[in-house]
Ligand binder design. Sequence first.
Ligand code: DGL
Length: 272
Amino acid sequence: MPLPSARPIALFDSGEGGLTVLRHLVEYFPQEKFLYAADSGHFPYGEKSLEEVRRWFLAFVDFFNDQGVRAIIIACNTATAAALEEARQRTSVPVIGVVEAAVNRASAISENRRIGVLSTEATYRSGLYPRALQNRDPAVYVVSKPCPVLVIMAENGHVDGIQVEDEVRQCVSPVLAEDVDTIVLGCTHFPHMRQVFNRVVGDHVRIVDPGEEIAPYLSRDMRLVKTSGAQPPVAAWTTGDPALFTTIAAQLCPHIPVVTRPLHWRGGKLTD
Ligand code: DGL
């Protein structure tokens, strides 16, 4: 059985959203080393242009290369929409985006071929999800809805309660009205509110969380083996406030130990 490698696997998000991907990975591969980097200083990516997101995210790819990582997971739909292919050209290690895994899952489980996608504004503007879903099945009907308020709530650790439930209902209602049988949480911040989504959506509609789909990809494409044991602390960096990042991360994912360091923008590049 191959042993876990000493070279870490990197995850990227604009903030706390990528933790919803990380939490599935540490459950599957607790003995792997993971790095997490957040561009919290530029959060929220959803309100920025795809060109800005592309530029910032590619600087993180360079940073990860300098760290000697063995794979990069773009745990951010917006950055995946902005620069997946360019990231792949910029590094020799595998770059895995969340969108493909989510699209594959949604296409596989939707029976009535009517799929809803909730995302950031920028992912919505990019048209990536409808394009990818319709590439797989031209007959599929896709209803997309940006939900920017939910992104901010999750980033601040507000993931349950009446206000969150009202906001989730506002986002989901017009999508449910289109008779979808599957909803993709197309922003990694949203699975932090999974309980609320389950309550609001009900049993007759399936929810796709891209984070749940990434571990099988790593098993298949990188031959990672499911392990058991204690998870070493995750080394995290943020361009925002490290103490705040750690506090919210501990609130959202208490079982993942995270040690956060600052990362600084200097002339378009990142230095720690
Ligand atoms: N979590 C990110 C995504 O999946 C981006 C949220 C944001 O910064 O707007 O798109």
